[in-house]
Structures are given as C-alpha cells and as structure tokens.
Design a binder for this molecule. Structure first.
Ligand SMILES: Nc1ncnc2c1ncn2[C@@H]1O[C@H](COP(=O)(O)OP(=O)(O)OP(=O)(O)O)[C@@H](O)[C@H]1O
Ligand SMILES: [Cu+]
Length: 752
C-alpha cells in the first residue's frame, strides 16, 4: 500500500469539516514559507577587503587618514563626484574610509584626484585588510611658541608699543600655527569649496590686511588648538570600539601533533586546532570545549559579568575570561572571524551609515555656510558703499561673520554622539546595526515578543500524558516518539525526550512532514498518523466538545497540548510546559515604565498565550498565529508608531524584518542572527531591550542638546557681531568652544 500524500489526507477531511470557532478555521496554506526576500540584505562582515568586482565596476575601500570631518568629505565628494569613471562614493568618517565604486581601470586616476586635494590615500594590503595606520605624532612646540607670540602681540598692542612689534609677533604666530590651515584652505578654494579652512584663511588674512595683528594671531592659534583637541576627542569615540579587540590575547597555547604545547600567535591558528586555557587567562579564539570545564566571564561580548558555567561541548568566545578551571577547546573560527571580530566589524559598518539627524545636519550645513558667506560679503560692502560707513569697521564685522559661518560644531556633533552610542551599546552586548535604529529606538511604541525562547526558555518538558482511545499506552508513546523524534520543534523535542526516558521503541516513519503551526504527520507501518495541536485535530474533523474541554483545561494552566491521531480517531493527549525566564518579568516591567507597550505573538494557542502573558505581565497576547499572521500583527501595530519585534532571529526572520526595529536574541553563537537583525542582543536576557531604549533616548536627547547648543551659540554671536560687540577671537572661541562642548557632550554617552 502506498502512503497517501499528506495533502490528500487533509483535503479529504477538510471538505467534511464543519467550520466552528474562529480559532480553528483557517484557509492558509500549511507550507507557506516567507522567503528570504523580506529579510534585510545581509551585511558583509568580513571587514575591508581589497577591490571587489560589483555590478557597476570595481569597489575599492580607500583609507584617508586626513579625512575625518565633513569638510574633507565635501571636498572629495565634489572632486570625485565629477569624474565620469566614478559611480558612487561612500564615506565613513569615523573609520576614515572612503569606498569608491569605479570603472576597473580608473583606480589610479581616482587616487591621483585624492592626492591632488592634499590627502594621502592608502589601499588595503594584499591580505585584504586595511592596516590601521597611526598618524605620526606632531610636535607641539611650534604651536606653543605661536601661542606665546600671539599673546605677546596682544600685550604689545595693549601697551601701545610701536605697531611694528605687534605686527611682527602676530605674523610670526600666524606663520607658525597656520601653515596647514592655509594649505588646506588653499586647496579648498582652488576646488571651489568654502570649507572651514578656507574661511579661517580668508578671515585671518583679512584681519592681517586691515592691521588687526593680535586678532589674526589669536584666531589662528585658537583654531589650531581646537582642531587638535577635536581630533583627539574623535579618536576617543573611534577607539571605544576598537578597544574591545585589545581584550583578545595575541598568543594562545596550541597542541602540536607530537603532543607538546606551543605558544603561537592567535592569528596563525587554523580552525580545528586544540588550544589550552589556564585559569584567569583570556580566551584567544572562538571554539568548543573538548576537555575540562570552567566558569567564563562573557562580559566583553554579552555585557553580563556573571560568569557562565561551561563544560564539554559548550562554545567559548574570543575575548571572554576564563575564571576558574582550565580546559581545552577546539578552534571553530579564525582570529579574523571570531564573534568579537564580527561585532566590531558590524559596529564599524553601522558607524558608516548616516542616521537621519546626520543627514539633516549635513544638508543644513550645505546651505548655512554659503549663506553666511554671502551675508558676510554684503556686510563688508553694503554699509560703506550705501551709507558711507567706515570700511575698516564693516570689513572687520564681515571677517567675524566668516568665523561664525563654520558649521563644524553642528556637523561634528551628530556622528560623535551616534558613534559613542553604538560603542556603548556594543559594550552592553547590544549590537546595533545602524544609527537609524539607535535614533528610532526612542520612539518605540509597541514591542512584539515571540513566546517560545524569547519570554520562555524554549525548552518545554512533558507534563501530562493521557490515553483517549482503547489503545496500548506504550504503543501510543512509541508512535508519538517516532513522529516527534523527526522534528526540531521544541514541543516535539519535549515529547521525544520524555519517551526516550522510559525507553519506548521507535518506529520507522515514511512520508514525514512538518505542518507549520500545527504539528507533524507521517506514515508508520502503512498507517497515517498525525501529532499536533487542537487546530490540526480540528482540521482532521476528529475533534469533539469533550476533547475541547479537556484541552482547554490544560491550556489554561499555561501548558501546550498536542494530540496523537490516526485517520479515524484521537489516540492520546500530551501536554508540555515551558518555564518563563526569570529576566522576562523584570524586563517587561521596565519597558512599561518606559512607556513601551508589549504584545506577545505566538503560534501556540490563546489560552496558553494568556496564561504566560499573565505570568510576565505582558499587555496583550495573540495566540494561534501562523508565521504570516505574525507579520500582519507586526504591521498593524506598526501603524501606531515605531514597532519593535524580538525573537530568536531564526524562525522569526520575516516578522523581524517587517518590524521597524528587529531584535534578535541570543545572537552570540549564531551568525545569521547577527547578520539579519537590526539589533542583535548577544545573550537572551530581555532586559537588554529596556537598556537599548534608555540608551536610545539618551542619545536622542544629546543630539537635540547638541544641535540646539550649536545653533544658539552661532545666533548669539551673529547678533553680537551685527550690533558691533563681537570680536574675531570671541567668535573663534565660541566656535571652538561649541565644538568642544558638543563633542564632550556626545562622549558622555561612553560613560553609560
Ligand atoms: N513540529 C511540531 N511538533 C509538535 N507540535 C507542533 C509542531 N509544529 C507545531 N506544533 C504545534 O503547533 C503550535 C504552534 O506552532 P508554532 O511553531 O507556530 O509556534 P511555536 O513556535 O510553538 O510558538 P512561538 O510562536 O511562540 O514560537 C505549537 O505550540 C505546537 O502545539
Ligand atoms: Cu475543536
């Protein structure tokens, strides 16, 4: 006898089925799978590779150490943007990497164009990695000396010394401190770009021309100092993430084929080798324990410093700390591909993507600077020409305006803040894949949570077993074990595990099929069997009110019920129960206090869903959902505002992709979760989500503070200058002060 197609098994029964409660009626295909089409494009985590061939040509990452301000970005964009051979440009100012898509033979001319702007482009080396070049330390004495000159010039003009002494000292100070500003300014002007360097050069030259010696000197010195401090602060934000890599030891102790142990560079160790770790030592590579056990502090990756017990078969991760025992592990990833390395690459990539505020600020700056420049021109020319005012006075005012025209404080404030936010999140074991999510997070209105594995541990155990027909109990369990043994579903696993404990025999299963949202089906000894939930039994038209009452009673206790049926009757009932994670209740409470509403989405039945929801205090519970329904639920909650969805990232990928912010839990061991989620939580502690929301709000308020601060300071000085109270070095002080203030404010996030 040939086994019937499972499809027939259903169609036949379904025709006769009397549609009852909505819970059971459903016209969906059982084998719908939401294709990867709706998953977000996966991100290349392999770091900066050498030139790659892409659809439009070649894609080459170029490191430009001098490029760390939008000022330089604009310059390069203008120059390269006009080249026919250049298809697209992507700037990562924090990493100082420019990615160019160009025609294959055009690389040299691209590099030449970059060089003509006074930059030194570097290409990745043969291994495909851009080596992190460090800028040579500049000596500080010329700056100190020019500061002294500027001060002396100021004093000499106060003391009414002969004019030539103030002039000489002033020119010396400008010459000593201003070379690089003039050089950069000149390149910018030549390329038709009014950047800060050009503005400063014009302002200082103008001041010298009208005999404002001490002012010119002060402006140049202050500006140079500010640039220096700003670069240093940016480095701090930049290094916050790279610092994580320093946690990984350079060398590890590797087992040689002859049985001896040898100290080796971690970078040179291949996958599959055996490595030994001593107590207190940091783990050098990702691997799997093959001998020994210990407790490991995984804080560098998960942000959770409570040590985790690890024994044979458990995964260990590079950068984590072996606290007590010693053990041996087998390497599962090369040094460049460890979980920690992937996290760092992901954060670096995220830093390269512009957050909405950043785009707004960049656009604003594009208009602001030329506008102020034109105002300055008018201020210099109009009053003297039209009203016969004093040329000297109005040119001076115009020069002050030029200093104010610098948008640096405004422009720099956003990336510093976002980058700091991303870095801090990573330190807490929260991997955010773009500034957008960090920014959007403050508006989170609804958080949808998957039940199994997210709120509960996802490891249910069988609690009840009942025979419903006059069949042999052992045979029933064997049939159930045979079917469930073929499935990875937690419910199936619980039943298989319980059967294995009493050592029931297992039969061969033919035509096995998993029925999404329902259960499993198979043919044993030529007879068709199904093991699944109420919906399945109902669809098979085998349900009775008596069964229904029995099922409901168990479900109200938070248990999940599945039934074993053959073609004609229900044979037995199994109930399994999952336990709620201790952290879930606190996390839900914290979310509610932050004003985020919560809803549980589950394929499990409504009664169980309600029972679990009540245990952890979730606002709403939606049960009996097929994967497709989960998508729709996420979508409909999304109409009320920003909706987040948290799941394990594997079964829930489509719903995670549909949410504005998709959180994947327990991402530490799974590559897919790190790559597909918008936010990957390294362990499965739900409390990371309130932490994310708090961080997102802190980031948001710092962004707002910074932008307002920069704009207010500018406006105040604009007005002061126009009414004749502003001086040039006051303006520089304000500009520099504002830049430092916003950078410092942004870096505050690093302390969270
Ligand atoms: N392979 C299977 N073995 C046994 N029961 C199953 C199987 N697949 C589905 N079921 C039954 O169908 C129900 C819904 O399954 P589904 O996979 O949609 O949700 P779930 O993963 O259990 O819950 P959640 O949506 O919270 O992750 C399960 O609770 C279970 O009763
Ligand atoms: Cu029913």
């Amino acid at each position: 006898m040939t086994p019937a197609e499972p499809e027939h098994f259903f169609v036949k029964n379904k025709v006769a089925a009397v549609p009852q409660e909505t819970v059971c009626s459903d016209e969906h295909d059982h084998d719908r799978s939401c294709g990867s089409c709706c998953a977000p494009a996966s991100i290349n985590l392999t770091g900066l590779t050498a030139s790659e061939t892409v659809a439009e040509g070649m894609c080459t990452p170029i490191r430009i150490m001098q490029m760390d301000c939008p000022v330089e970005e604009n310059l390069i964009r203008k120059k390269l943007g006009n080249m026919a051979a250049v298809k697209s440009l992507e700037f990562n100012l924090m990493q100082r990497v420019l990615t160019v898509v160009h025609e294959p033979e055009a690389l040299e001319s691209v590099l030449e164009a970059i060089r003509s702007l006074g930059f030194s482009p570097e290409l990745p080396d043969t291994s495909g990695k851009l080596t992190t070049a460090k800028e040579p330390a500049k000596s500080w004495w010329p700056l100190a000396l020019s500061g002294l000159f500027a001060l002396s010039s100021e004093i000499s003009s106060w003391m009414d010394f002969p004019e030539w002494s103030a002039a000489l000292l002033g020119i010396l100070a400008v010459a000593l401190s201003g070379v690089s500003t003039y050089k950069k300014g000149w390149i910018a002007v030549r390329n038709g770009n009014m950047n800060i360097n050009a503005l400063m050069s014009i302002a200082v030259t103008g001041a010298l021309l009208i005999g404002q010696w001490p002012e010119a000197a002060m402006v140049m010195v202050l500006f140079t100092i500010a640039e220096l401090i700003e670069a240093k602060s940016l480095d701090r934000a930049r290094n916050a993430i790279e610092g994580l890599l320093k946690l990984v030891p350079e060398t590890v102790t590797v087992l040689e084929p002859d049985g001896s142990w040898r100290e080796m560079e971690a970078r040179a160790v291949e996958v599959g080798r055996t490595v030994r770790v001593k107590p207190g030592e940091r783990i050098g590579l990702d691997g799997k324990i093959i001998r020994g056990n210990s407790s490991v502090n995984q804080a560098p990756i998960t942000g959770e410093s409570l040590p985790v017990e690890k024994s044979e078969g458990d995964a260990v991760f590079a950068g984590t700390i072996n606290e007590s025992g010693s053990f041996e592990y087998q390497v599962t990833a090369a040094a460049s591909n460890t979980t920690l390395a992937r996290i760092i690459h992901a954060v670096e990539e995220a830093q390269g993507k512009k957050a909405p505020t950043q785009r707004f600020v960049d656009n604003f700056a594009r208009i602001y600077t030329p506008a102020v420049f034109i105002v300055a021109l008018l201020v210099a020319i109009l009053p003297p020409l039209v009203a016969g005012a004093d040329w000297h006075e109005w040119i001076y005012k115009a020069l002050v305006l030029l200093v104010i025209a610098c948008p640096c404080a405004l422009v720099i404030s956003t990336p510093v803040t976002i980058v700091s936010g991303l870095a801090v999140a990573a330190r807490h074991g929260i991997l955010i894949k773009g500034g957008v999510y960090l920014e959007e997070g403050h508006k989170l209105t609804w958080l949808a949570l998957d039940k199994t594995g997210t709120i509960t541990h996802g490891k249910p155990a069988q609690t009840d077993f009942e025979i419903l027909s006059d069949v042999n109990a052992v045979r029933c369990r064997s049939l159930a074990a045979s079917l469930s043994g073929r499935s990875d579903h937690p419910v199936s696993r619980a039943i298989a595990a319980a059967a294995a404990e009493v050592q029931t025999p297992v039969f061969a299963v033919e035509s096995f099929e998993a029925l999404a949202g329902r259960g499993v089906y198979g043919v044993i000894d030529g007879k068709k069997y199904a093991l699944g939930n109420h919906r399945l039994i109902h669809d098979l038209n085998l349900c009775t009110p008596a069964y229904e009452a029995q099922i409901e009673a168990l479900e109200r206790l938070g248990k999940t019920v599945v039934l074993l049926a053959d073609e004609h009757r229900v044979l037995a009932l199994f109930a399994v129960a999952d336990t709620v994670k201790e952290s879930s209740h606190a996390a839900i409470g914290a979310l509610h206090r932050l004003g985020v509403k919560t809803v549980m989405l589950t394929g499990d039945n409504q009664f169980t869903a309600d029972a679990i929801a009540q245990q952890v205090g979730i606002d709403l519970a939606r049960g009996d959902l097929l994967p497709e329904d989960k998508l729709q639920a996420v979508e409909s909650f999304g109409q009320e505002g920003v909706v987040g969805m948290v799941g394990d990232g594997i079964n829930d990928a489509p719903a995670l992709a549909r949410a504005h912010i998709g959180f994947a839990m327990g991402a530490m061991g799974t590559d897919t979760a790190i790559e597909t989620a918008d936010v990957a939580l390294m362990d499965d502690d739900l409390n990371k989500i309130p932490t994310f929301v708090r961080l997102s709000r802190a980031t948001r308020s710092i962004l707002v503070q910074n932008i307002s601060l920069a704009l207010i300071i500018k406006s105040v000085f604009l007005i002061l200058t126009l009414v004749g109270l502003g001086t040039m070095w006051m303006a520089v002080f304000a500009d520099v002060g504002a830049s430092l203030l916003v950078v410092g404010n942004g870096l505050r996030l690093l302390r969270k």
